[in-house]
Design a protein around this ligand. Structure first.
Ligand code: ATP
Length: 245
């Protein structure tokens, strides 16, 4: 048990979740490395949600609410850190959830499917029984997509995504939203809206934003999306990284 008074309490709690997930067998071998990279960036922004991240979250939620077929793509890391929060956000914005693994194996897909079902979420896509298609006719595991989910989606939220996969999604003409603590990653640069924040803070905050934006006129949401400049916002995000005390 980590004492709550520990100065690194929150961060250690997340490490514990990752270790547990790893033992349960649904993380890729490189998952811890990806988590560590995220931790380093989080440290440098003071482990707090920054203003540019908040701005990007408003835009991302507006985009999800305006979409016809929005999908939240989940991998092992996202599931380990924020499964319940992801389900809540999906329900709030009317998005589907799809399992989307860079290193897709039947075993990992099976475990993750069961985890969502255990939380009472039955409609998970990208499962072993799902109708899987290939994006842009790329016949490899990095391009798989559920026919009713990512394959036909107009907007996809891809938290903690790898650059190769993000590129395939982007090239297929989708509106791409990401949550990635690294503002320099290929995924952040390639996305239409990049939220430089920890998934554990970002997702619940986005659900709160959704409750607010759902009461607003559609015109307000369209304006939010149209006025946003991701490149500019990423520059501002980078400026939040502090290398001095
Ligand atoms: P890219 O291929 O996009 O250039 P990468 O090689 O770093 O980036 P991965 O390691 O596959 O890609 O993706 C993990 C990304 O997720 C990293 O950029 C990391 O900073 C980020 N990340 C890890 N943990 C979290 C977290 N808890 N919240 C938000 N982002 C995270």
């Amino acid at each position: 048990m980590i004492p709550k008074s520990h100065p690194r309490y929150e961060s250690l709690l997340l490490r514990d979740k990752m270790v547990k997930a790893s033992k349960e067998g649904y993380l890729a071998d490189s998952a811890m490395i990806a988590h560590g990279r995220g931790e380093a960036f989080d440290y440098l922004i003071g482990e707090k949600t920054t203003y540019p991240a908040k701005r990007a979250m408003y835009v991302a939620v507006a985009a999800l609410l305006l979409s016809n077929n929005p999908v939240i793509s989940v991998n092992g890391n996202a599931t380990a850190l924020a499964i319940n929060e992801i389900i809540e956000l999906a329900e709030s914005v009317g998005a589907k959830i799809e399992i989307n693994l860079f290193y897709r194996t039947d075993e990992r897909v099976k475990i993750i499917t069961q985890l969502y079902k255990n939380q009472g979420y039955k409609d998970i896509l990208g499962t072993l029984d799902d109708d899987i298609e290939y994006l842009n006719d790329i016949k490899n595991n990095r391009a798989t997509a559920s026919k009713t989910g990512i394959y036909s989606a107009d907007t996809i939220l891809i938290p903690l995504e790898d650059g190769d996969r993000a590129e395939i999604l982007k090239k297929s003409g989708k509106n791409i939203l990401t949550i990635d603590l690294n503002p320099l990653s290929r995924t952040s640069k390639m996305s239409d809206v990049s939220i430089m924040d920890n998934i554990v803070r970002a997702i619940p905050f986005m659900t709160k934003i959704a409750e607010d934006l759902k009461t607003q006129d559609k015109k307000v949401l369209i304006e939010l999306v149209n006025e946003f400049d991701n490149e500019e916002n990423l520059k501002e995000s980078l400026e939040q990284i502090k290398l001095k005390e």
